[in-house]
Design a protein around this ligand. Structure first.
Ligand SMILES: *[C@@H]1O[C@H](CO)[C@@H](O)[C@H](O)[C@H]1NC(C)=O
Ligand SMILES: *[C@@H]1O[C@H](CO)[C@@H](O)[C@H](O)[C@H]1NC(C)=O
Ligand SMILES: *[C@@H]1O[C@H](CO)[C@@H](O)[C@H](O)[C@H]1NC(C)=O
Ligand SMILES: *[C@@H]1O[C@H](CO)[C@@H](O)[C@H](O)[C@H]1NC(C)=O
Length: 427
């Protein structure tokens, strides 16, 4: 595992599994996860991506205190996290990052997940690299490199928001304990020094970005009143949009996740009172109620959203979108128009938030998904830039109140610094 390319591949295999958890069967995403390259039109990023051999591997800690409250992964195993202690001026500062990995919306998909690291610590890697926002190298992570760093593993399938009351009492062996896991992790980290934090940032990518939004205010409430506490959701702004056939695929999917795992109890009361709970899990509703300062990082052409919300496989029976959904460069002008409409919906869903003085955002026009925890997209010479700022610089400007930090990129294909994924290479 010392080879960074190998690690990158492992990472993408994991992505493949995540997609597989939501995408309809019959589509072998795992195949093209094996040989992924960035868009070759951009020579700076064509070299496949390199997680840097200087990466620090950080061991998994199983959360033994979870036994007491029954805060188990889907399969009943103990949840876990990776911790790297801060140093120097970062000793009292804490950065938490919640891992992503889709959701499970049925007994079947949750049962499948039990046999993976996303549902059981029995399958979790014992060592993971800390890179990007978790990197301890000032050149790659100028503002946070010496903070206490925690990567929270995701093993409940409902963005750390499931409730045991929803478990089946008939021999279906699935634990819906996401909310309990969140609480147990918080208690553990508070005892490790988080309770004395001076500065803290809760972050997460994808389903972990959604978990960040759900738990942001609770995180804030656990920390000292005079501490600076903020939240950063990366690629977690899932849109409540219809697919290309006009079906609300994502709505139906979230409806099932929320019903199955009893997620409503973790959502904001004001929202659940007014509308059906599955609507309250969409970030555009969540952010209306978050009081803690928030930063949203999301590509306007988030490939996960394009492949699962806008053009899920079932919405394209004739394969008109089969290349475009895998490589934005293969889209024709009609399809680009549809994608611009999707970008418009994202910008529109954020329009009120954009006026919020304390908020920050970075909406770049790249065909990518998570961008904060990889060196190549977070802060390096090849990283995407908007107004010449990397994501790391923009997040730092916002966190430390250096300047207003709300970047919205011009529409595709205007930004030559993007790392655009190409999933067609190995097809
Ligand atoms: C338990 O109940 C659920 C929901 O009614 C059902 O789908 C599932 O098949 C049941 N499991 C068993 C083992 O009977
Ligand atoms: C999606 O929409 C089409 C056309 O409106 C409809 O025929 C089809 O049944 C819908 N599919 C699903 C899964 O709802
Ligand atoms: C783009 O492709 C779609 C599906 O194949 C087709 O219906 C549409 O006419 C094409 N648009 C252009 C401008 O070629
Ligand atoms: C962009 O930022 C870099 C430093 O991050 C700086 O060296 C460069 O001059 C800037 N370019 C422009 C066009 O402002």
């Amino acid at each position: 595992m010392a080879n960074p390319r190998l690690r990158a591949l492992t990472w993408w295999r994991k992505w493949a599994k995540r997609d597989w958890a939501i995408v309809a069967v019959g589509f072998t995403i795992i195949l093209f996860a094996l040989t992924l390259h960035f868009d070759s039109r951009n020579p700076a990023t064509s070299s496949t991506f390199d997680l840097h051999s200087t990466d620090d591997l950080v061991p998994l800690t199983l959360l033994h205190r979870a036994k007491a409250t029954g805060a188990f992964c889907l399969d009943g195993s103990l949840p876990g996290y990776h911790f790297h202690k801060g140093f120097g001026s970062g000793s009292n500062n804490w950065l938490l990052h919640i891992e992503g990995g889709g959701w499970c919306n049925s007994i079947k998909t949750c049962n499948n997940r039990k046999g993976t690291a996303l549902g059981s610590s029995n399958y979790m890697e014992r060592l993971v690299p800390f890179s990007g926002i978790l990197s301890r190298h000032p050149s790659q992570n100028p503002d946070f490199y010496n903070w206490n760093m925690v990567k929270i593993r995701y093993c409940d399938g409902a963005s750390l928001a499931g409730h045991p009351e929803s478990e089946f009492k008939n021999g279906t062996e699935l634990f819906f304990r996401g909310q309990l896991i969140w609480e147990a992790i918080m208690n553990e980290l508070l005892s490790l020094g988080l309770s004395n934090a001076k500065q803290a940032l809760l972050s997460g990518c994808s389903a972990g970005g959604l978990a960040t939004l759900i738990h942001c205010d609770d995180f804030r409430n656990h920390l000292p009143k005079d501490a600076t506490v903020k939240c950063l959701a990366d690629a977690g702004f899932f849109l409540d949009e219809p697919d290309v056939l006009g079906n609300y695929t994502m709505r139906a999917f979230y409806h099932d996740v929320v019903e199955l795992q009893g997620v409503a109890k973790s959502l904001h009361k004001n929202c659940v009172k007014r509308m059906e709970p599955f609507k309250c899990i969409f970030p555009q509703e969540i952010i209306k109620n978050v009081r803690t300062h928030l930063f949203i990082v999301n590509p306007a052409y988030d490939f996960w959203q394009i492949q699962n919300i806008l053009v899920p496989v079932d919405s394209d029976p004739y394969g008109y979108w089969s290349s475009c959904r895998l490589n934005i460069q293969k889209c024709n002008s009609t399809q680009i128009e549809t994608l611009q409409g999707f970008r418009g919906s994202l910008v529109n869903a954020l329009s009120k938030f954009q006026k919020n003085k304390e908020g920050g955002m970075y909406i770049n026009s790249c065909f990518i998904h998570c961008q904060t925890w990889m060196d190549d997209t977070w802060h390096s010479t090849n990283s995407p830039r908007v107004n010449n700022k990397t994501i790391a610089e923009s997040v730092g400007d916002w966190y430390f109140n250096r300047k207003v930090s709300k970047q919205i990129d011009c529409p595709y294909p205007c930004n030559p610094t993007c790392c655009n994924m190409d999933f067609t290479r190995s097809l």
